[in-house]
Design a protein. Structure first.
Length: 580
């Protein structure tokens, strides 16, 4: 077992052990069954079976790939089920099956299109379970309440805030690069620039950036352990790091485990409690600054200045004075969405950056065009901090293509969770037949299946950033300075291939990620800092060729697994080397 896999696997084993508590925990509120696109009715016997299974499970416990029972018994049950040759039931019941299958399930069973979005709402109950502790948010709401959260959070991500993201990303990435080159990151201290902990470093960078951009809290790359403030058990950074690293506990375990469960669960409870208290204190500090005429240009400040009627707690409302900021904004709304920004801005950005860097290292031919773009931006510039975000970011079209292509191949959320909740009229047409889905069922939009569909993506398994930007022949897709995907040229094949809805790396339509530009700015600045003078290469084992190392790295990437997002559990050794 390699250095990287060992601690991550140990953590998963411990967290799985905590799930035993769910045998004692009533979970009537949890979903009744999971219908993924693959589990569609192909034979007549499946319809009554799935319907019965869904309602039986609704009164007992979830029966789907992430259910508590299945997570606990799958290691024992899997060989037995496989031996019974139950076909589709086994094939599509293991976690991460859709990442492994990609578009193959649709090649076998065909396509299903969701025509009425309201028939399949977001599984709000599941999201409330994970993040409801911090308050209502864009993630844990639906219908009119969701529209309110979306309306306000859209105004939160502003260009002044993106400037903060840009400059802190340059700083954090430069410090990360210097650490890699110094050998401090190298476990064997041979100072060859080998990067042994890419994943954890990407997580560290993303946490530091989102903490400053969201809360105005600056964390130096080499920051030492902070003193714990009086009245707290953990500092803000310590609580945030532990909470985000063990978010699966929040997702799967009942809250009483925080007090009576194993040490890991108790520590998670302490981290969540301290994180909430720190966030409330930061909201109070930002509120005071605004009253004094100061604008922190962070996400907290933007939300506290919201003039949306639903964000304001007017007289006669159910909110007491302590729960309302001095600007009149509901603190529960600010708290809930701030926690979501922290989670999404940390986990998804870090994983996207990690996959992009590994793919970049595996494809030296793709690096040359990116270097040409970076060199053009840096020409005549002595200090990267002199670069102006608003001038530079729109020019990073090819570098943006690397991010888009990496998230096409390895979307951090391979499927988009939906559900029927308590809707009794959820159905779709499959092979000219109406298929009714029972209430309380989970449904998933197969994002990765679309990403690997040859109808939309020629050679879908190949990493080709050039498909995202305008080539000299004008046959590819372009990214405008306003960060919208636009078709370049008049080639009819390109117009047919590249159309809306075929890329879901940041979602699509009204539900797309409000922090999309935030993530792009962070990752573009990181690429600029890392590759202004260096390239990234795979580390070859003795006797290996680049092709051998490529195949080994690609195989490791394909063994990624879903936890909260798509995770890489195997070490891929890469290193930074001078470009010139």
């Amino acid at each position: 077992m390699d250095r990287r896999a060992s601690p991550m696997i140990r953590k998963l084993v411990v967290e799985r052990a905590l799930l035993l508590a769910h045998f004692l925990y009533p979970i009537k509120e949890r979903c009744g069954g999971l219908l993924q696109f693959c589990n569609l009715i192909d034979d007549d016997f499946r319809k009554p079976l799935l319907y019965t299974l869904g309602h039986w499970a609704g009164s007992l416990q979830s029966v789907y790939e992430w259910s508590m029972i299945w997570l606990l018994v799958k290691e024992i049950a899997w060989p037995i089920l496989r031996a019974l040759r139950l076909g589709w039931l086994v094939k599509y019941s293991r976690p991460s099956w859709n990442f492994d299958a990609k578009n193959k399930v649709h090649e076998e069973l065909g396509d299903i299109f969701c025509v009425k979005r309201t028939k399949f709402p977001r599984p709000v109950k599941s999201f409330v379970k994970v993040m409801g502790y911090f308050g209502p948010s864009i993630l844990s709401s639906e219908h009119d309440e969701w529209r309110f959260h979306r309306r306000v959070t859209n105004k939160t991500f502003t260009e002044p805030n993106h400037k903060v993201v840009w400059f802190d990303s340059l700083y954090q990435a430069s410090a990360m690069r210097d650490e890699w080159l110094s050998g401090l990151d190298n476990i064997t201290s041979n100072k060859e620039g080998i990067i042994h902990k890419m994943g954890s470093d990407c997580m560290k960078l993303a946490l530091h950036v989102v903490t400053l951009a969201s809360f105005g809290v600056q964390i130096p790359w080499t920051a030492q352990k902070e003193a714990v403030p009086a009245g707290y058990e953990m500092s803000f950074r310590e609580a945030s790091e532990f909470f985000l690293e063990h978010i699966a506990i929040m997702a799967y375990c009942p809250q009483w485990l925080y007090k009576y469960g194993p040490k890991l669960a108790q520590t998670a409870g302490v981290a969540a409690k301290n994180m909430r208290r720190h966030m409330m204190e930061l909201i109070q500090i930002e509120d005071e600054k605004l009253q004094n005429g100061e604008d922190g240009k962070n996400l907290l400040s933007a939300m506290l200045q919201s003039d949306d009627p639903e964000a304001q707690a007017k007289g006669g409302s159910a909110y007491d004075t302590a729960s309302v900021s001095k600007t009149g904004v509901r603190k529960d709304f600010v708290m809930g969405n701030s926690a979501i920004f922290l989670l999404a801005g940390h986990e998804t950005s870090a994983r996207s950056l990690e996959y992009a860097l590994f793919l970049f290292a595996m494809h030296p031919e793709a690096q040359e065009e990116i270097f040409e773009e970076i060199d053009g931006i840096l020409e005549g510039v002595g200090n990267i901090y002199d670069l102006k975000y608003e001038e530079v970011f729109p020019k990073m079209v090819k570098t943006n293509g690397v991010l888009y292509e990496a998230t096409r191949l390895f979307p951090v959320t391979p499927y988009i969770p939906k559900s029927t909740e308590d809707v009794v009229d959820s159905w779709f047409i499959y092979k000219d037949q109406r298929v009714d889905i029972p209430p309380e069922s989970m449904v998933a939009l197969n994002a990765i299946g679309v990403h690997y569909n040859e109808r939309y993506w020629p050679e879908p398994y190949k990493f080709k950033p050039s498909r995202w930007y305008q080539s000299q022949k004008q046959e590819s897709l372009g990214i405008s300075p306003q960060d919208t995907l636009q078709l370049s040229g008049s080639n009819t094949d390109a117009a047919r291939l590249y159309r809306r809805g075929t890329y879901l790396g940041f979602g699509e339509g009204p539900r797309n990620c409000p922090g999309k530009r935030f993530a792009q700015v962070e990752i573009m600045a990181t690429f600029l800092a890392l590759f202004r003078e260096h390239r990234m290469e795979l580390v070859l084992e003795p006797g290996e060729t680049h092709r051998d190392a490529f195949d080994r790295a690609w195989a490791a990437l394909q063994r990624s697994r879903m936890v909260i997002t798509l995770n890489l559990f195997e070490e891929i050794k890469v290193k930074l080397v001078p470009r010139k």
